[in-house]
Design a protein around this ligand. Structure first.
Ligand code: NAD
Length: 484
């Protein structure tokens, strides 16, 4: 059985404990590989490799760093189908999605930061009266930690490690133990691209063991984390006494506001996608739809009909829209929320059942599920489920829609469907979310800031924000002339 090994100091290594975790294929429910169950000793080895690599890497000319990142991007592209198949097998997502979104985006992350680092500049301020020149040195932090989740495995892993190494840091990174395969395969690519050994070290294993060891390591200067809000809270508590720099990209419960004056067909079609893409397991999926009363009944009926047409199937089938959810415990979590919602008074409009796929009877398949609610305070409206489940609720005024949208502890993204420019501006300012999409969804320009408000996180990634996070700004003040 294939073994998923750590990648430390430019070579694949077994975990020092000799322990392994089972890796399940969501589409079949079978164990198909073993994952290194790493602990603090592996993290310590990864840290040593990173520390030793740092002096040379941080002094490598930016053009050379950039060329290596470009080469990594090229090699990811050359390996597109192999990586997409691996991602789909490991995660359960449709192969079509991994081929068109996940892996191209992983390549784009390296390409983007290879370019961005060559344009990253700092400020200078001349103070004429004081005869001083201040400039900001932007220095890499040293060894940093990157920890990523299972829903967009290589996409989010590379979104962190690419800016970290572009800025001259060395990294100890941990992908999710639920989906480690593509990060494991990335090791070969890093070696082939000529990334010096020790610059990027990949340690596999569980959050409480390998992840916790990264956060607890006294000399790892910063943690860039994407995952659940509870884990983020735990990481913040652990890191606070060491004054580590933190970027926390956490959970969401994103509202999708549909006004009567919207482009109806576009709002309908995109809302199906924004509710169920990747089995609803994208942090930016709109899991709460609020629809204006004037179009509510019509929109509800049309939405249900469209969702009924979605094909649940094996991820490798070309006509599959909804693949397998990521794991058995996650499937059970989603099912428990459906039960809870019905108990709370929600009406099931469609779905709610597990699906059996012939030949893959033990796979984790769920129908896309639509629930109608009339109480925004119930748990299904307040808590992140992160699966193929969306709620529909009616509103009668813009003020009410805004209050409903903002009435949760999360603030990651919001989507707005309207043709009214004044309303667009009013709501864009008032929605409590790090990203507001207007008449679109999941359109991402990598130059823009990415992150959440409230319990969806602290800090921003993307563009120069990521490079700012992974560097220390130091002010240098030089006096010139004859002033005493
Ligand atoms: P998770 O918090 O369980 O795990 C995320 C990562 O943290 C994994 O690698 C895990 O091993 C590690 N981890 C767990 N406990 C740890 C600890 N004590 N110390 C250090 N590391 C630890 O999240 P998940 O279930 O993998 O992912 C789903 C969650 O991620 C959802 O809440 C989703 O909204 C969120 N997410 C957020 C964004 C965003 O950009 N805001 C993007 C994708 C996913």
């Amino acid at each position: 059985m294939e073994k998923i090994l750590n990648y430390i100091d430019g070579e694949y290594r077994e975990p020092q404990s000799g322990k392994w975790l089972d890796n399940y294929e969501p589409a079949s429910g079978e164990v198909y590989s073993k994952i290194a169950d790493s602990d603090a000793s592996d993290v310590a080895a990864a840290y040593e490799a990173a520390k030793n690599a740092f002096p040379e890497w941080s002094n490598t000319p930016i053009e050379k760093r950039s060329r290596i990142l470009m080469k990594i991007a090229d090699l990811i592209e050359e390996n597109l189908y192999r990586l997409a198949e691996a991602e789909s097998k490991d995660n359960g997502k449709p192969l079509s999605l991994a081929t068109t979104i996940d892996i191209p985006r992983a390549s784009a992350n390296f390409r983007f930061f290879a370019n961005a680092i060559t344009q990253f500049s700092s400020e200078a301020h001349e103070s004429v009266g004081l005869q001083t020149m201040n400039f900001t040195l932007r220095q890499p932090l040293g060894v940093v930690g990157c920890i990523s989740p299972w829903n967009l495995p290589l996409y989010l892993f590379t979104w962190k490690v690419a800016p970290a190494i572009a800025a001259g840091n060395c990294v100890v990174a941990k992908p999710s133990e639920v989906t480690p395969l593509t990060a494991f395969l990335l090791g070969e690519i890093l070696t082939e691209a000529g990334l010096p050994k020790g610059v990027l070290n990949i340690v596999h294993g569980t959050g409480p063991s390998a992840g916790q060891a990264i956060v607890e390591h006294a000399d790892i200067k910063a943690i860039s984390f994407t995952g659940g809000t509870k884990t983020g809270e735990h990481i913040a508590r652990t890191a606070a006494p060491m004054f580590k720099k933190l970027s926390l990209e956490l959970g969401g419960k994103n509202p999708n506001l549909i006004f009567g004056d919207c482009d109806y067909e576009k709002a309908l079609n995109v809302s199906v996608r924004s509710s169920f893409a990747n089995q609803g397991q994208i942090c930016l999926c709109g899991s709460r739809m609020y629809i204006e009363a004037s179009i509510y009944d019509q929109f509800k009926n049309d939405f249900v009909e469209k969702v009924k047409a979605l094909q649940v199937g094996h991820p490798s089938e070309a006509d599959t829209n909804i693949g397998a959810v990521v794991s058995k415990p996650h499937m059970e979590k989603v099912q428990s929320y459906i039960k809870l919602a019905k108990k709370e008074g929600a009406t099931l409009l469609y779905g709610g059942e597990a699906v059996t796929i012939e030949g893959y009877e033990n796979g984790y398949y769920l129908q896309p599920t639509i629930l109608e609610v009339d109480d925004n305070t119930c748990r299904i409206q307040q808590e992140e489920v992160f699966g193929p489940l969306v709620t529909l609720m009616k509103f009668s005024s813009e003020e009410e829609a805004l209050a409903l949208a903002n009435g949760v502890k999360y603030g990651l993204s919001a989507t707005l469907w309207t043709q009214n420019l004044d309303r667009t501006m009013r709501l864009s300012k008032q929605l409590e979310a790090g990203i507001v999409w207007v008449n679109t969804w999941l359109n991402r320009d990598l130059r823009t800031p990415f992150g959440g408000m409230k319990q969806s996180g602290v800090g921003r990634e993307g563009g120069f924000e990521a490079l700012r996070f992974f560097t220390e700004p130091k002010n240098v003040c030089i006096q010139f002339g004859d002033r005493l």
